[in-house]
Design a protein around this ligand. Structure first.
Ligand code: ADP
Length: 586
C-alpha cells in the first residue's frame, strides 16, 4: 500500500463495489417484491374466481372436480389448485391423484386467515419449493378451503437470473473500474512519479532538471514550483561552487600551511604548503599523530574542555623554523574542529641571525682598531710623545688604524647603498681589457713589492660591455689585490678573457695559498675571512668580495671562485656582451 496509485485504485474499486452492492441489493429486492406482488395478485384473484365460479356457482362438492378441470387457467399459469373440505381432505384438484396437503397456510385458512407460505419438498430426488396460498370459503354453512400452490422455481429462477446478471454487472463494473482507475491513477500519479524521480536525481547532484508542465492544475503548479526551485538551487550551487573554488585556489596557493581537523581529530582539509613544509604524509594523519610528530604536547580533549586554549610557538621541523598556531573553532559552544596554521619563518630567522651576526661583526671590526688607537693615544699622552721616534711609530699605527676604520665605514656604506638599491651606476660602453689594464697598474706597487708578476694574456681584441667603469675597476682591483695578498712572493698571477656568444669571462688566477673546500662557498659573505689574522694583517675588511658580488649582480653579471688549497685560486667574472641592436630587439 506504499504507492498512491494502488491506494487510488483500491479506493476506486471499493467505491464501485459498495455502490454496486447497495444498488444491486436494492434493485434485486424491488424486483423480487414486484414479482411476488404480481404472483400474489394472480393467486388471490384466481382463488376469488374459484370461490365465485366454482364453489358458489356449482354449489355441490361433487361438481367441483369437473368445474376445476374445465378451468384452463391453472395449467396455463403453472398453478395447482385444490378444494379441500373443512377437515383438510382434498375434494377436488387440478393435480391428480389427490394429495394430502399439510402446511402452514392450510392451518391458518382453517382458522379463517388467508396466507402465503413456502414449503420444500423432495420429489424424485429433486427439490421443489412450493409457494402456497390458502383461504377459507363458506357456502351454505359448509366450509371449504381453496388451496393454490405453484412451483416457486418459476419466479425464483427469474430472481436467480437477475442476481446473476447483477453479479456479472458487478464483476464487469469492477474490471472496468479497475481499468479506468488505473488510467486515472496513472494520469494523476505520473507527474508525481516524474517529480519524485527528478528529485532523486537532484539529490544525486544532477541539478540540470526541468520537467515539462502538462496541466495547469495543482500538480502543474507543483511542477512549476519544482522547476523554479531547481533553477534557484542550481544557481545557488553554482555560486557556492565558484566561491568554494576561489577559496580552494586561495588555500592551495597560500605560502602558509593550513590544516583542519574535525572534533574527532580526523584531517578534513589541508593545502600543498602543509604537505611541503611538514615533509611527511598527512592525507590520513590524525591530530594526535601530527602533534606527536611535531613534538607538541597538545590533546584534543583539552580543546574540548577549555574554549580559550590556543597554541602559538616556533618549532623546528626538517631544519625549518615553523611558527605553529592552533586555533580551536567552536560552533554553538561545541568544538567543531581545530585549524592549524604553519608559517615558514626560516628565511626571517636566518635574516635575523645574519643581522645580529653582522652587527656583532661590525662592532668587533670597529672596536679592534679603536682599542689600538685609544691605547697608543693614552701612551702618547702619558709621556711617550716626548720620545720622538717612539711617538712617530705610534702615530703611524694610529694613522693606519684610523685608515682602517675609515675604509670599513666606506665599505659598509657602499654595501648598505647596494642593499637599499641606492647605488647609482653610470653605465657606459667600456673595453674590458682597458679596465683590467688600469686595475693591474693600480696594484703595481703591491705585486712588485712581493716580486710577483702579473701576466695578462691580451689577444688584441676589444671586449665591449655596458657598465660603470669605476665600479668594474673596483671589482678587478679588489680581486687582483686579493690574488697578490693571498699568494707568496715571487709567484705569477694570470689574467685572461674568454668569450662565448653571449658572455665575456675574465679569469684572475693566482698560484697562492688557496682556499679550503669548506670555506670556498662562504668567501662572498660579509666579514668572512678564511685566515682572519692574515687578512687583518693585509688590511682586509672582509667586505671586498661581498661588494664585488653586489657590483656584478647590479651589472647582471656573475662572480664565482675555484680554488685548491696550497695551489691557488681562480676568480671568474662573467659579463654580458654588449650587442648593438640588443635594445632595439628588446
Ligand atoms: P679581505 O678584505 O679579507 O680580503 P675579501 O672579501 O676580499 O676580504 O675576501 C674574503 C676572504 O676570502 C679573504 O679574507 C680570504 O681569506 C679569502 N680570499 C679572497 N681572495 C683570495 C685568494 N685569491 N686566495 C686565497 N684566499 C682568498
Amino acid at each position: 500500500m506504499k504507492s498512491i496509485k494502488i491506494k487510488l485504485m483500491f479506493l476506486y474499486l471499493t467505491l464501485v463495489f459498495i455502490v454496486m452492492i447497495v444498488s444491486g441489493t436494492y434493485i434485486l429486492s424491488s424486483l423480487k417484491n414486484q414479482e411476488l406482488n404480481k404472483i400474489n395478485n394472480e393467486i388471490t384473484n384466481y382463488a376469488l374466481y374459484i370461490d365465485e365460479q366454482i364453489i358458489n356457482e356449482l354449489q355441490s362438492p361433487e361438481n367441483f372436480q369437473h368445474g376445476l378441470e374445465s378451468l384452463f387457467y391453472s395449467a396455463k399459469n403453472n398453478m395447482q389448485c385444490s378444494i379441500l373440505n373443512s377437515r383438510g381432505a382434498t375434494i377436488a384438484s387440478t393435480s391428480l391423484p389427490y394429495e394430502e396437503y399439510n402446511n402452514q397456510s392450510i392451518i391458518k385458512a382453517m382458522q379463517g386467515e388467508e396466507s402465503f407460505s413456502y414449503l420444500k419438498e423432495r420429489r424424485d430426488d429433486k427439490l421443489i419449493i412450493w409457494y402456497n396460498y390458502a383461504r377459507r370459503s363458506q357456502f351454505n354453512d359448509s366450509d371449504y378451503i381453496i388451496f393454490i400452490r405453484t412451483n416457486a422455481a418459476f419466479f425464483l429462477d427469474n430472481i436467480y437470473k437477475m442476481t446473476f446478471t447483477l453479479i456479472f454487472a458487478l464483476i464487469l463494473s469492477l474490471i472496468l473500474a479497475g481499468a479506468i482507475g488505473f488510467l486515472f491513477a496513472s494520469t494523476l500519479t505520473g507527474p508525481i512519479i516524474n517529480l519524485s524521480n527528478k528529485a532523486k536525481e537532484i539529490a544525486n547532484g544532477n541539478l540540470k532538471q526541468k520537467i515539462i508542465i502538462n496541466s495547469n492544475d495543482e500538480i502543474g503548479e507543483l511542477t512549476l514550483s519544482f522547476n523554479h526551485m531547481t533553477q534557484k538551487l542550481d544557481q545557488t550551487m553554482q555560486k557556492l561552487t565558484t566561491e568554494n573554488n576561489k577559496l580552494e585556489i586561495i588555500l592551495q596557493n597560500m605560502t602558509d600551511a593550513v590544516l583542519y581537523f574535525n572534533s574527532d581529530g580526523q584531517i578534513m582539509q589541508f593545502n600543498y604548503a602543509a604537505q611541503n613544509l611538514l615533509g611527511f604524509k598527512i592525507d590520513k594523519i590524525n591530530f594526535e599523530d601530527l602533534t606527536k610528530k611535531m613534538g607538541i604536547k597538545n590533546n584534543l580533549s583539552d580543546y574540548k574542555n577549555n574554549f580559550s586554549l590556543s597554541y602559538d610557538e616556533t618549532i623546528i621541523i626538517n631544519g625549518k623554523y615553523l611558527n605553529v598556531n592552533f586555533v580551536p573553532c567552536h560552533n554553538k559552544n561545541v568544538l567543531d574542529g581545530i585549524l592549524i596554521v604553519l608559517q615558514d619563518i626560516t628565511k626571517h630567522k636566518k635574516l635575523d641571525d645574519m643581522r645580529k651576526e653582522f652587527v656583532a661583526n661590525v662592532s668587533h671590526e670597529i672596536r679592534t682598531p679603536l682599542t689600538t688607537i685609544k691605547a697608543y693615544t693614552e701612551t702618547l699622552l702619558n709621556g711617550a710623545i716626548d720620545n720622538k721616534d717612539l711617538a712617530l711609530g705610534f702615530l703611524n699605527t694610529i694613522n693606519d688604524e684610523t685608515q682602517r676604520v675609515s675604509i670599513l665605514a666606506k665599505d659598509l656604506l657602499e654595501l648598505s647603498r647596494f642593499d637599499n638599491n641606492q647605488m647609482k651606476l653610470e653605465f657606459a660602453l667600456l673595453n674590458l681589457s682597458e679596465i683590467l689594464q688600469k686595475s693591474i697598474e693600480q696594484n703595481k706597487i703591491l705585486y712588485e713589492a712581493k716580486n710577483q708578476t702579473i701576466n695578462f694574456a691580451q689577444k688584441g681584441e676589444t671586449y665591449i660591455i655596458n657598465a660603470d667603469a669605476n665600479r668594474i675597476n673596483q671589482v678587478f682591483s679588489n680581486i687582483i689585490s686579493n690574488a697578490i695578498k693571498y699568494s707568496p712572493n715571487e709567484t705569477q698571477i694570470d689574467i685572461f678573457i674568454e668569450q662565448t656568444s653571449k658572455y665575456f669571462r675574465v679569469y684572475i688566477k693566482d698560484n697562492g695559498y688557496g682556499i679550503p673546500k669548506e670555506d670556498l662557498h662562504h668567501i662572498f659573505e660579509r666579514f668572512y675571512r678564511v685566515d682572519k689574522t692574515r687578512s687583518r694583517k693585509m688590511g682586509g675588511t672582509g667586505l671586498g668580495l661581498s661588494i664585488a658580488q653586489k657590483i656584478m649582480e647590479a651589472h647582471d653579471g656573475k662572480i664565482t671562485a675555484n680554488s685548491k688549497l696550497n695551489e691557488g685560486t681562480t676568480i671568474i667574472l662573467r659579463f654580458n656582451k654588449f650587442k648593438e641592436n640588443a635594445d632595439e630587439q628588446n
